[in-house]
Design a protein around this ligand. Sequence first.
Ligand code: PRP
Length: 206
Amino acid sequence: MLHLIDHPLISAELACVRDPGCPSFEFRQRVRRIASLMVPAVTADLEVSVIPCNTPLEITVGNKIQRQIILVPILRAGLGFLDGFLDLIPQAAVAHIGLARNEETLQPEAYYLKHPTPLEEADLILLDPMLATGGSAVHALNTLYEAGAKRIRFVSLLAAPEGVATVRAAHPAVAIFTAAIDRCLSEKGFILPGLGDAGDRLFGTI
Ligand code: PRP
């Protein structure tokens, strides 16, 4: 399932972050804002249970989110999405996966993993602003499923059609949410038109 979150507030922010003149501090703020704007669509089908609920006047019913939510940013760029999600889901736990894409082979190389246990009963939201070849997303999904996760959704800011196809082929049950589907990948594996290297732009390591 591919969900394109098409919203004027998001696309206006996206136009600003694509601009190479957008400095890191502003890039971080705008990506964080986009992340928050994506949260309602990403979480719209979370399961809830009905619970009794007091008001000052009487007893009524309300909803309770059924499962623990675990946000999983793929380091580094996924960190840019994290605070925007935590702003709206402050009760979430956070797992971290460190992956660096080898610039020659474009294959992800894992360097860190830390997650709460168990994962079986949680709803996981995997975060990475860039879905390029899809190698990092598939590696992260494989890792989380091997660690016991049962329910994972994936959120990106920009996706290349190649990356969407790769994730769908490897994990057809995973819902993919993105704010834009760009044209294609460059020979070096960059999303076109894209926004450059999200990790470098977030952290000023250009
Ligand atoms: C970039 C990007 C994604 C990944 C996408 O990260 O932030 O994580 O590549 O590429 P893929 O879909 O082809 O796997 P990078 O490895 O450059 O690390 P960084 O986030 O630390 O900059």
